[in-house]
Design a binder for this molecule. Sequence first.
Ligand SMILES: Nc1ncnc2c1ncn2[C@@H]1O[C@H](COP(=O)(O)OP(=O)(O)OP(=O)(O)O)[C@@H](O)[C@H]1O
Ligand SMILES: O=C(O)[C@H](O)COP(=O)(O)O
Ligand SMILES: [Mg+2]
Length: 396
Amino acid sequence: MKTLDQGNFKGKTVLVRVDFNVPMKDGAITDTTRIERSLETIQYLREHGAKIVLLSHLGRPKGQAQEAMSLAPVAKKLAEFLDSPVQFLKDDQVVSEDVKKWVKELKEGEVALLENTRFVKGEEANNDAFADQLASLGDLYVNDAFGTSHRAHASNVGLANRLPSYLGRLVEEEFKAFQPVLTEPERPYVAILGGAKVSDKIGILQELVDKVDGLIIVGAMAFTFLKAMGLEVGKSLVEDDKLDLARDIMEKIADRDIDFILPMDVVVAKELKANTPSKPVAIEDIDPELAGFDIGPQTVERIKKLLMTAKTVVWNGPAGAFEVEPFEKGTEAIAKALAESPAFSIVGGGDSAAAIEQLGLAREIDHISTGGGASLELLEGKTLPGIDAVERSRHA
Ligand SMILES: Nc1ncnc2c1ncn2[C@@H]1O[C@H](COP(=O)(O)OP(=O)(O)OP(=O)(O)O)[C@@H](O)[C@H]1O
Ligand SMILES: O=C(O)[C@H](O)COP(=O)(O)O
Ligand SMILES: [Mg+2]
């Protein structure tokens, strides 16, 4: 691995891609895990005389600046953690003549943060013009955004192709933590997949089902499967163009004869609002006017039993909309079961890590990963483009 130890950062302007895609509610950060986990790299670079320019995305603004997705609150929080100023180089274009001037004025050990890279269309398209603009700001590049390393965007792959590049401490730590599962997971090996990024993550199961002994599907992800089985799922979140894929995956699961848990009951409500009337129902009885926002108590019991016999468990994606009461119960029950289980456990993802932190169970889990989609692609056996590009990058 091309780690920080191989770089000479003294007096250099170092562009550092971090994953500050933190969960937010009403303009406030609800979980700071991803910020805290970036501190080691930032401190290392400060101690080694770098001028540090941090880059990150937040949410999915799709090339359009939106105040709600500004990184301003993150800059403030980071300054608190570092106990020193962080200059927020606010510009909806991310790079501009002003931003270039501000970066030039940075002194050794100083830290600046650019605005949300996804405010510019060229970020996700990884277009040359935007990558060139970003690269013009610095001398060296460090990728520490493990959680974004499954994307090939201007601020990771684009920069690694243009500047001498290194992998940060968080990336190193994440790879080390995943090693046992990637090489020889203790069996039974069980994966839990939930959350809301259904179209993004469902394809991963095609490969993952070959590797695991058990698969548990919860969260919004479950409803695409339930609908594919011919069930009424009401207004629950469903990706209709993934129904065939869900059927293919279920056939593969049946062929492989692994333990497979889909919800048998779910908690339904009219809307996703705090303390709204809700009730658990069997999956055959979902009212067409209601939506499922959590797994039900019977499903929880089945999951607990399977987790008690597992030796390795990886989990990405909450079991329900845990940010909104009373839909946190399924996620809470799985987290507690995992904390009690003797299995080697990894929980990954921005929201999944937040759930574990909120429950105060972080110490009970063997590794909390900052990557959700990124962890899944790693476990699936894919090369992560954000990492690969750094490994191939030329050195100074
Ligand atoms: N049944 C459901 N209906 C609607 N939303 C749900 C449901 N179950 C879970 N969610 C939502 O899923 C979101 C988290 O999903 P997501 O896939 O982003 O997980 P993650 O752990 O953050 O992974 P990543 O890091 O890849 O984003 C939460 O905001 C939660 O409210
Ligand atoms: O939260 C994540 O998984 C990463 O920050 C990547 O975000 P994305 O799924 O919007 O690309
Ligand atoms: Mg998320």
